[in-house]
Ligand binder design. Structure first.
Ligand code: E4P
Length: 220
């Protein structure tokens, strides 16, 4: 499973990229707003992310009609060759995805919650499909079970093009673990969760013991 970073924070992206573990980035309007992002700087911000991470960078469209989504997607795709256009899973989004895919612009279909939605997204030509895990948990449903259903169902078919499943709306390391076990191609992970994923109390305790023993060696 690959890790994408789910953020619009340049400092988080720089730090995670320095660890050598992130293969891409996903952003959304909420994440950009959280950074105090301005509309006039949005394209430059996406370009900056593409310069830091050598991999797919999802930038979300914010219009609701197919022609507008396509126009927006074409502008986003012009920012950098690694931009992936993020399109909501809805009828107009499917139509836009079909048109963008025909223009060889990769699409990440987002806000995907069910197997039928995922199959339709794949049929429309989406290169990436993002089932949301945490938002199911928010309404007391098992998001991982839904993710597993999507991974299993898509694996049954050949869509004639590559389709990668991005486990999205990841809230904690257990989601990451389960996404890997369920066979998601990618988990897009907030920086705070990525940090938690690399930590373990036994690692910390082991390191403390090694350092203490090394002090003894140095003083011997
Ligand atoms: C990523 O592509 C999604 O936009 C993101 O994971 C959504 O996460 P949230 O449900 O925590 O907002």
């Amino acid at each position: 499973m690959k890790f994408f970073l789910d953020t619009a924070s340049i400092s988080e992206i720089e730090e995670a990229a320095s660890w050598g573990v992130i293969a891409g980035v996903t952003t959304n309007p909420s994440l950009y707003a959280r950074e105090g992002g301005k509309l006039s700087e949005f394209h430059a911000h996406i370009k900056r992310i593409c310069e830091i991470v050598d991999g797919p960078v999802s930038a979300e469209t914010v219009t609701l009609k197919r022609d507008e989504i396509v126009a927006e997607g074409e502008i986003l795709a012009d920012i950098h060759p690694n931009v992936v256009v993020k399109v909501p899973t809805m009828p107009e989004g499917l139509a836009a995805t079909k048109m963008l895919a025909e223009r060889e612009i990769p699409v990440n279909m987002t806000l995907c919650f069910t197997v039928p939605q995922a199959i339709m997204a794949a049929r429309a030509g989406a290169a990436y499909i993002s089932p949301f895990v945490g938002r199911f948990d928010d309404i007391s449903e098992d998001g991982i079970e839904h993710l597993a259903n999507v991974v299993g169902a898509l694996g049954n078919y050949d869509f004639g093009h590559d389709v990668e499943v991005i486990a999205a709306s990841i809230r904690h390391p257990e989601h990451v673990l389960q996404s890997a076990l369920m066979g998601a191609d990618i988990a897009t992970v907030p920086f705070a969760v990525l940090e938690k994923c690399i930590k373990h109390p036994l690692t910390d305790r082991g390191l403390e013991a090694f350092l203490a023993d090394w002090e003894k060696v140095k003083n011997s």
